[in-house]
Each structure stands twice: as C-alpha cells, then as structure tokens.
Design a protein around this ligand. Structure first.
Ligand code: NAD
Ligand code: UFG
Length: 339
C-alpha cells in the first residue's frame, strides 16, 4: 500500500515506519523535524535496507501538504505529526490547536483532493480524563484535562464527521496508553529534547548518569504502593497495531476509536525496579509533590483491539525496560552525537 506517514521521524513514527518498510509498503514521510532528527530516518533506512520518500514540511502549511499528497497519491495515511507536551499545552494552547487540529484539517483536505479516504490517527488515553471506572473502555466518558488532550478529542470529532460525510471513508483512532521501549536493534528509540517529561526517558537518563535522581511525583495515591500506575505499551507492539489498523481500514468504513495498551498497569516504583533489574544500575529516587493534572491510575480495556484489529500486546515490562536501557546506553546523547 502507498502510505503517507506524517511525523514519521518521531519516536512512534520511526518504529512504525520500520515495520511498514519491512512489510513492503511504499512510504512517504512528511515531517518538519520540530521534535525529531533526520538521523532517525537514516537509521530506519539502514535497518530496513529500503528507501522511502521524505518531504520536509509542516502540517500548518496546507499548500505543501497538498503538493506532497498530489505527488505521492497515498492510498492511506498514518497521522502522527503533532505537539505532545501536556504541560506546554497549558501555556501555548493556540500552538497546540493550530498544529494538532488545523494541521489535521489541512491533511484531510489534501487527502480529499487525491481521493484518499483511509486514515489511522494517533489519539491518546488522555482523552478520557479522570477515570469514572477502570479499565477505561472506549465508551468511557471523554473529559480531557489539558489543551493537548482537548486537541486530540477535537481531532477525533473531526474525523468522525469526515468519515460520516465521505462515502467509503475509514478512520481508525488509536488511543495510545503509555508508549515506552525501543527497537531491538538499539538503533532507534525515544530521544526527548531537554528535560524529559515522561517517566521512562527520565529513568533512562538517570541510569546513564545524565541526571542525578528521579523525582517521583507523589507517593500518596490510592494505588498499590502509593505511586502513579500506568498501562505501559512497548513501542514495537504499538507500531504493529498501526499495521493492523491499516489492514482494518482497508476492509471497513466508518470511524472507530480503539485503545492500544496491555491491560496491565505498573506503578512508578515497579518501573524503577524493572529498570534496575534490566540495567544493573541503581536509580536514585526522591519523593516530590504530585504533578498537576496527573491521575492516580490508568489502564486500558483491550478487547476492542483484539476483536477488530486481531492485535494484542506481546511484550512485557522486562522487554520494555531492557530495550530502553540498550537504546539509552548505546546512544546516551540520542541522535545528537551522529547529527
Ligand atoms: P514525537 O514528537 O516523537 O513525534 C511527532 C513528530 O511530528 C516529530 O517527528 C515532529 O517533528 C513532527 N511534527 C511536530 N509538529 C509538526 C508539524 N507542525 N509539521 C510536521 N511535523 C511535525 O512524538 P511521538 O511520541 O512519536 O508521538 C506521535 C503521536 O502520538 C503524536 O501525535 C502524539 O500526540 C501521540 N501520542 C504520543 C504519546 C506518547 O506518550 N509518546 C501518547 C499518546 C499519543
Ligand atoms: N512520573 C514521575 N516522575 C517523572 C515523570 C513521571 O513520577 O519524572 C510519574 C507520573 O506522575 C505518572 C507516571 O510517572 O504517574 C507516568 O508519567 P508520564 O509523564 O510518563 O506519562 P503520563 O501518563 O503522564 O502521560 C503520557 C503522555 C501523554 C499521554 C498519556 C496517556 O505523556 O501524552 O501518557 O497516553 F496522553
């Protein structure tokens, strides 16, 4: 299939790109490298030993998107490109709505012009907000707690209306839980700029000595050990879910939101212990106040992914921690050392 991958140089995009190439899809990556490096694409090309097209372009540039679609004529789109820092979205909401929401509008118009009617979209478990019950199923009320989360929900609404109005259209909205880990090659992985917001890259940077200690944001939550619990999903499993979603989109019409998680949650302490086992390093921790906007626990009901996509997660905590450690220790500066 000819697949346009927006944001294909990013963390999840690069892992999905590798699997798409290995599955013999023809790919065009569209990315402005705002939060990624061309080096990630060079490494994917080496790993897959296959070429693919790349356009350096911005989701906010409707003309550039239109031109890229007209040239490549995709049969389907996987739409990763966007801004994702929950905290920053509170101070720069317009940037988040412009890139995430208006960027998707530009994309759908460019797709319409080429008669491309299949899209797989990176949504997020953050659309659920404070749990009314757990595990979250896809019918759980939607009440995101940040401008970032609301931009994801708005895109979901947009895709629902687009798919309803367009004959033969198919939109699959994958609600990711907490992606972690790296490709088994240790050649591609998560490479956050500046101080990592997320738990796993922070732990990994402590393990290689770039940061002194992990701040544990609260140990008084109503969870097993008082620290926040999340449903961590290996990025290779998540990438595979996109290929399953592409197949599903090719044999269905309409719009579906689908959770992508494991159905199991781990606490911050359990993640730290898992990483210590995988790396053989101590991770110094200090207890810090709760982080604003965090919920105590998140966990996915994963039956819908199984029944519609035939997909389920394969990798557990050990592989998530080991692959993160292998990536981080082989690339302590991320992609920067080779740029
Ligand atoms: P990432 O930042 O590594 O990748 C996003 C990519 O989009 C980057 O390559 C970036 O350069 C590109 N991009 C950003 N703004 C752009 C613009 N205006 N025009 C063109 N390209 C642009 O993030 P990721 O972790 O790979 O996430 C991919 C998608 O999944 C995002 O939409 C994110 O919101 C969503 N998501 C991520 C997580 C997570 O924890 N990583 C969880 C849920 C959902
Ligand atoms: N945590 C710490 N210390 C840190 C970082 C995180 O204790 O330095 C804790 C958090 O309080 C939370 C857990 O580790 O309990 C996980 O936090 P992350 O920041 O890694 O992940 P979140 O669940 O807060 O959010 C992530 C993405 C969102 C996405 C959400 C659900 O950042 O974009 O998962 O998919 F929406």
């Amino acid at each position: 299939m000819r697949v346009l991958v927006t944001g294909g140089a990013g963390y999840i995009g690069s892992h999905t790109l590798l699997q798409l190439l290995r599955a013999a899809h023809e790919v065009l990556v569209y990315d402005n490298f705002a939060n990624s490096s061309p080096e990630a694409l060079a490494r994917v090309q080496q790993l897959a030993n296959r070429d693919f097209e790349v356009v350096t372009g911005d989701m906010r540039d409707a003309n550039a998107l239109h031109a890229a679609c007209a040239e490549f004529r995709p049969e389907a789109v996987i739409h990763f490109a966007g801004l994702k820092a929950v905290g920053v979205s509170h101070t720069q909401p317009l940037d988040y709505y412009t890139t995430n929401l208006a960027g998707t509008l530009n994309l759908l118009r460019a797709m319409d012009a080429q008669d491309c009617a299949r899209i797989v979209f990176s949504s997020s478990a953050t659309v659920y907000g404070e749990p009314v019950y757990l595990p979250y199923d896809e019918e759980h009320p939607l009440n995101p707690l940040s401008p970032y989360g609301r931009s994801k929900l708005m895109v979901e609404m947009l895709l629902r209306d687009w798919a309803a109005a367009r004959r033969g259209a198919s939109a699959v909205m994958l609600r990711y839980f907490n992606p972690v880990g790296a490709d088994a090659s240790a050649r591609i992985g998560e490479d956050p700029q500046g101080i990592p917001d997320n738990l796993m890259p922070y732990i990994a940077q402590v393990a290689v000595g770039q940061r002194a200690a992990l701040s544990v944001y609260g140990d008084d939550y109503p969870t097993r050990d008082g620290t926040g619990e999340r449903d961590y999903i290996h990025v290779a499993d998540l990438a595979r879910a996109h290929l399953a979603a592409l197949d599903f989109a090719a044999r269905s019409t309409g719009c579906e939101a689908i959770n992508v998680g494991t159905g199991t949650s781990y606490s911050v302490r359990e993640m730290v212990a898992g990483f210590e086992r995988a790396s053989g390093r101590q991770i110094p921790c200090r207890i810090a106040p709760r982080r604003a906007g965090d919920v105590a626990r998140m966990c996915a009901k994963v039956d819908k992914a199984q029944s519609l996509l035939g997909w389920e997660a394969r990798e557990g905590l050990e592989a998530m921690c080991r692959s993160t450690w292998e990536w981080q220790s082989a690339n302590p500066q991320g992609y920067r050392a080779t740029e």
